[in-house]
Design a protein around this ligand. Sequence first.
Ligand code: PRP
Ligand code: URA
Length: 209
Amino acid sequence: MSRVIQVEHPLILHKLAFIRSKNTGAKDFRELVEEVSMLMAYEVTRDLATEEVEIETPICKTKCKMLSGKKIAIVPILRAGLGMVDGMLKLIPAAKIGHIGLYRDEETLQPVEYFCKLPQDIAERDVMVVDPMLATGGSAADALTLLKKKGAKNLRLVCLISSPEGIKLVQETHPDVDIYVAGIDERLNEKGYIIPGLGDAGDRLYGTK
Ligand code: PRP
Ligand code: URA
């Protein structure tokens, strides 16, 4: 069974409160999502392997630890996942970026795929799938399935806010994928929105409603 890692750092909780507020406009919303994503990247990369290297300081030679060259890919689920990429790149600047375009059909709530472009060597990379919202879980589960079909093996999912229903679906369909999340909310409403949530993440990021 996959692990659910709730990242409850005080800075993340503080920024998440602003992100949730309906009084936060698109500019601040974008900046806050970027900042929280950067803070989450710190936690998501906590178990990356390191290796010993020799470094020469201005004083003498010494042994230090560096990342052991494992390659990382960040894969946002469009559109809202894009809002998390720059923040994560601040801490993992050498990561390659893949894009998966999915939207949720408003009637059926089923994800519809419209785009997929991944780094060629996706099979060799640790893949971080990012999307601010894990609601029914359909979009994330489909994105993970698609990535596995394309050869990805080491996957983790990074979300800002999730519902218990979304976590359950991803755990059932992808028991090998750990889920990193800042907030776990109460439930979904009848339209598949997270309660209390933050509304529609894509619309709030891009001012489309
Ligand atoms: C939102 C969100 C997730 C999805 C979550 O995207 O960014 O991708 O809904 O819902 P689910 O867990 O029930 O699948 P949306 O479909 O609104 O597309 P957008 O990002 O283009 O606005
Ligand atoms: N997608 C969103 O952007 N928000 C929700 O609450 C659910 C799905």
